[in-house]
Design a protein around this ligand. Structure first.
Ligand SMILES: Cc1cc2nc3c(=O)[nH]c(=O)nc-3n(C[C@H](O)[C@H](O)[C@H](O)COP(=O)(O)OP(=O)(O)OC[C@H]3O[C@@H](n4cnc5c(N)ncnc54)[C@H](O)[C@@H]3O)c2cc1C
Length: 490
């Protein structure tokens, strides 16, 4: 047999974040001995990949930084992956099929590839506010972005009890940062240009209820206005003439997909790097996944699409399923803020008088509850569930799995129409094996039980074996309950 034909194809992954790390894992799950693919991952951050979704808990001080790491130090060697952390892909030569890598320790090198995967994520957008940024592009003292583990450590290092903090941007991340900092005893004001917070995920009613709940934790809101000027050591002047005292400014004003490298290599980009259902860019040997990719019909900036894309691309690159195609993701956004239970998905803008959709809505601001269900032909096409945790998991499950909603819509919306198996499953012991415990990673109870029997004897072990708890983290309590129950049966 021809020896050249047996050479593993070289895959280079630019970006060791949530998408790049997941792709490398998925490739090795399908090609454990590296017979089909050699894998090199180049990551610009100096750490092992970590769960970015959990960074709000690092800011809040409820999780130590080590708890968000996705891979132990030995992971790359154990899985035959060449890992270069703290190194950056600076250029792509699509004709020669090489990338140039800049490594501060070792200078520039070239790597050749058979397939290149761009998994570069996105970077924070810093609004053009006087005083936020120095001429060289660095942030002024006391100003932090909120994207990386290093950002979180800087924020946490500056946030003392009583510190006045301005959070610029009341989207999902701004709200999570604000709640975490309020929990540390900071005096937090959120400045948001829109009329209500989290306007991408919430309608006005839900936004107002959320702001009311957060006001109960001491957070102030300035909506419908923007920051005009930051004066270090003083605060932020607003364009409506207002003023917010601030020793720390956390900028959470949105993100922009990383497209510069792709664009300079001549690849087609729009808002993100354009990809088809095979995650191919305009050059068939170059792929893009995660936040930097733009796939039609996929919501930007969420981790579930990145993971789904990594699964499909691993199937295609390894040949495990050469018919695999990515068709989009029904993603659910969950706020991770202590004391607030909020899930939002799909179409949240339809109103009860909409002629095209059936809309059921309950607004109970006095108790911090707001629930909205949008249906079309009995299928859930959107929803906001704030302060109704019993309903949230079940309704979101119907949305992501496209299963018909129960006829009693109100009971469904209030969490009283639980699936039959859940009604019969008040404890981990009696819960049927088929019940999905971790929605983010689609892990059923039976998967956890199997992993336990194979030796994963702790929540951390179960997480490593099955990935349960490693998404939004909201199932951690349930996984702990299952682990406790399994331990008690031995
Ligand atoms: C605080 C916070 C909370 C979030 N919460 C949620 C949530 O609740 N739900 C949700 O769905 N999503 C959430 N997100 C978004 C989620 O984290 C992203 O969708 C996800 O991380 C995307 O994965 P990615 O790999 O595409 O990008 P990233 O995880 O950002 O990884 C990209 C990596 O590529 C590196 N890189 C960039 N350019 C290069 C280069 N040229 N060479 C080498 N490396 C490079 C970057 O440094 C980075 O490490 C949150 C994000 C943040 C910041």
């Amino acid at each position: 047999m021809n020896a050249t034909a047996r050479r593993p194809r070289k895959v280079v992954i630019a970006g060791y974040g949530m998408a790049g790390a997941r792709l490398a894992e998925n490739i090795r799950a399908r090609d454990p001995r590296g017979e089909r693919l050699s894998v090199t991952v180049v990551g610009a951050e100096r750490h092992a990949a970590y769960n970015r979704v959990l960074l709000s808990s690092v800011v809040a001080g409820t999780l130590p930084r080590d708890a968000v790491t996705l891979h132990p130090e030995s992971w790359a060697a154990e899985h035959d992956v060449t890992l270069r952390v703290g190194a950056t892909v600076r250029g792509i030569d699509t004709a020669a099929r090489t990338v140039s890598v800049h490594d501060p320790g070792g200078g520039p090198t070239a790597l050749d590839y058979d397939a290149l995967v761009l998994a570069q994520g996105s970077s924070p957008w810093i609004p053009p506010v006087d005083g936020l940024v120095h001429e060289d592009g660095s942030l002024a003292p006391g100003v932090c972005a909120f994207r990386t583990l290093d950002d979180c450590e800087e924020i946490a290092g500056r946030a003392r009890a009583g510190t006045p903090v301005a959070v610029l941007g009341g989207g999902l991340l701004g709200i999570e940062a604000a709640r975490g900092l309020a929990g540390r005893g900071c005096r937090v004001t959120v400045v948001h240009p829109h009329s209500h917070v989290m306007e991408r995920q919430l309608d006005r009613g839900a936004g107002d209820v959320l702001a009311g709940t957060l006001a109960g934790y001491g957070i102030e809101f300035r909506t419908g206005t923007t920051a005009a000027r930051y004066v270090p050591g003083d605060g932020v002047k607003l364009d409506d003439g207002g003023y917010v005292p601030a020793d720390l400014v956390v900028v959470s004003a949105g993100v922009r997909p990383e497209t510069g490298l792709a664009a300079s290599a001549g690849l087609a980009v729009d808002r993100g790097i354009l990809v088809d259902d095979c995650m191919r860019t305009s050059d068939p040997r170059v792929h893009a996944i995660g936040d930097c990719a733009q796939h039609p019909g996929t919501p930007p900036g969420l981790v579930q699409p990145a993971w789904d894309q990594a699964g499909v691309l691993a199937d295609l690159l390894t040949g495990a399923d050469s018919a695999g195609r990515y068709r989009g993701t029904a993603a659910v956004t969950r706020l991770k803020a202590s004391g607030v239970d909020l899930a939002s998905f799909g179409d949240v803008g339809s109103e009860p008088d909409s002629p095209e959709a059936e809309v059921v809505c309950l607004n109970d601001p006095a108790r911090g509850r707001y629930a909205k269900l949008v249906l079309r032909d009995d299928l859930v096409t959107g929803g906001v569930l704030l302060g109704v945790p019993d309903a949230a998991a079940n309704v979101a499950h119907h949305y992501t799995h496209r299963t018909p909603a129960p006829a009693d819509r109100l009971a469904f919306l209030l969490g009283r129409a639980l699936p039959e198996e859940a009604v019969r499953a008040p404890s981990p012991a009696s819960m049927p094996g088929s019940v999905t415990v971790c929605e983010c990673n689609n892990v059923p109870k039976s998967g956890l039980v199997d992993a336990w029997r194979r030796g994963a004897r702790s929540v951390a072990g179960l997480a490593e074996a099955t990935r349960a708890t490693t998404g939004c983290g909201s199932c951690t309590g349930l996984v702990r309950g299952i682990a406790d129950w399994l331990e008690s049966t031995e």
